[in-house]
Design a protein around this ligand. Structure first.
Ligand code: SAM
Ligand code: ZN
Length: 329
């Protein structure tokens, strides 16, 4: 993948661009009103540890970790506001512990808070050790909140739609088993098979409790499987997956620790992007948002700072762009 050693990556399909850069520097170079939506999964600010976000210009002023995270969210959301077309949506994942700061930072940027979606995956592992006496400091994570915000409209919704193509959600195209899409998405367990749900699968439990409601009104998708994460990365080296490998060593080609499931990202992209529109992800990681955009026949612009992740992102995007072309021809 020699092409991917440059700081601006793409491939012959010309359906995606990836900038290897700090997102604030890269966003500042984009023209205003140029993207149809932002779909992103920013750092969650959990391992924040008193980082000096207040910077040299604010010497003497003390910000708590939470305040600094909100100020940082406001800074990047302000750039997103500028580059979004009027009425363009922003979708941003968060962590339950810092989500309130993400929302306030995004709101302070001038974007309008429209909704909070929830992705319930239920099978997280506790991120803490057991203490003596049956005690522990934290619960097991089981969901991720997803913020839905929007750049203010110019005039009415119909007028904004006519002028910019943005301002509304693609409800018809995103129906779930024929039903109006809701702001709750559930995940199957990774252990579910086509025939049977695992015993702790939230989807299976829900359907079993209310069989008369099948097919469900809720959107279901599995967490990203190993095969899904690795597809397109065949030419990359195998590396040990430090975050999840303890105590056993696991080798992977896609070592990004927070790869989102494609089905969920496709559903979100299809919901907020006008047909053929440009999807921006300033925290692209291994580019799952980008793959979703390609498979939904949209155009992708991603920004990712870490070379070890842009390599993975380029490989995956190159693979899936050709798949998407093959499917549409
Ligand atoms: C939660 S991950 C995104 C994962 C992605 N959803 C996926 O499926 O692979 C956030 C990404 O933001 C990147 N990042 C953090 N700060 C950044 C910055 N200032 N500029 C550009 N990228 C940044 C990190 O390197 C990380 O890959
Ligand atoms: Zn299931």
């Amino acid at each position: 993948m020699t092409a991917c050693k440059l700081s601006l990556y793409s491939d012959a399909t010309d359906r995606w661009r990836l900038l290897e850069a700090d997102m604030l520097a890269a966003l500042a170079k984009l023209p205003e009103n140029s993207v149809d939506c932002v779909v992103t999964d920013p750092p969650y600010g959990i391992a924040f540890h008193g980082e000096a976000w207040d910077g040299a210009g604010k010497a003497g002023r003390h910000l708590s970790d939470g305040e600094a995270f909100a100020a940082w969210a406001r800074a990047w959301a302000s750039e997103c506001l500028r580059v979004l077309k009027p009425g363009g949506h922003l979708v941003a994942f968060g962590s339950p512990r810092t989500f309130h700061r993400l929302v306030s930072g995004v709101e302070d940027s001038g974007l309008q808070i429209r909704d909070v979606l929830m992705w319930v995956y239920a099978q997280g592992t506790p991120k803490t050790r057991k203490l003596p006496g049956g005690l522990a400091a934290m619960l097991k994570p089981a969901y991720e909140p997803i913020l839905l915000a929007r750049k203010p409209l110019v005039g009415t919704t119909p007028r904004n739609l006519e002028e910019w193509g943005t301002g509304a959600l693609n409800v018809e195209a995103s129906r779930v088993n024929g039903y109006w899409p809701s702001h709750l998405a559930l995940s199957h367990s990774p252990d579910c098979t086509g025939e049977r749900c695992a015993s702790d699968c939230p989807a299976g439990l829900l359907d079993a409790a209310r069989p008369e409601l099948r097919p469900s009104r809720l959107f279901f998708c599995a967490k990203a499987s190993k095969a899904e994460r690795e597809t397109g990365c065949e030419a990359l080296p195998l590396q040990s997956d430090l975050l999840y490998s303890r105590p056993a060593v696991r080798l992977r080609r896609n070592i990004h620790p927070t790869v989102k499931p494609l089905a969920l990202m496709r559903w979100l992209v299809a919901l907020v992007t006008p047909p053929g529109g440009v999807v921006l992800d300033p925290f692209a990681g291994s580019a799952t948002t980008g793959i979703a955009a390609l498979l939904e026949d949209r155009v992708f612009l991603g920004i990712e700072r870490e070379p070890k992740y842009t390599d993975i992102a380029c490989s995956r995007l190159t693979h899936w762009a050709h798949e998407a072309e093959r499917e549409s021809s």
